[in-house]
Design a protein around this ligand. Sequence first.
Ligand SMILES: *[C@@H]1O[C@H](CO)[C@@H](O)[C@H](O)[C@H]1NC(C)=O
Length: 203
Amino acid sequence: MPARKSSQTIGSFCCKCICWTVGLLVLLLGIVGATAGILYLVFKPEIPNYSVDSLTISDLRLNFDMTLYAKFDVKITANNPNKKIGIYYEKGGRLSVWYTKTKLCQGSIPKFYQGHQNITKLDVSLTGQTQYGSTLMRTLQEQQQTGRIPLDLKIDAPVSIKLGRLKLRKLRILGNCLLVVNSLSTNNLISIKASNCKFRLKL
Ligand SMILES: *[C@@H]1O[C@H](CO)[C@@H](O)[C@H](O)[C@H]1NC(C)=O
């Protein structure tokens, strides 16, 4: 009998212990959730968005070593729709243009602070040198006959977020725009027939 009694006490002690732990965890989760919810409601965060205004190809040629040299100029508009969140674009932001799986060129996004509900136009110059240029050039020229050349514009921007007075740690804004352009002729403004952009945040 005494043995049974003591096992009962241990049992109820364990149960209490588990109950407390679970209760505490639920409470903690509740507090974290509520804090996140309140922050969300107060700051109403929205992912910034970008649009591609123009694309100019200043150079696209085969070098003697059969690499393809590309120099593009891209004008984009960066929109921070947030009323209470500022965005620091940090060093290392990149913009790159891809044709299928090949990177044609890349350039740097300038370091700057974008305030609340600010729209900033950026002018980015992209350069690049790609191997197997002759095959690539031929493919591009063939594609040009159709008048629809699909290009991918990728955005990779490390940013810090400013909430009120608080500057938070770095996040990354990753974006991908599918552009369909009509030609690759140099020094002309190229008409962008379609552009479809998607953005996400990476913590
Ligand atoms: C947006 O921010 C940029 C850079 O800080 C600034 O030069 C520009 O005047 C701002 N534009 C507006 C509309 O507030």
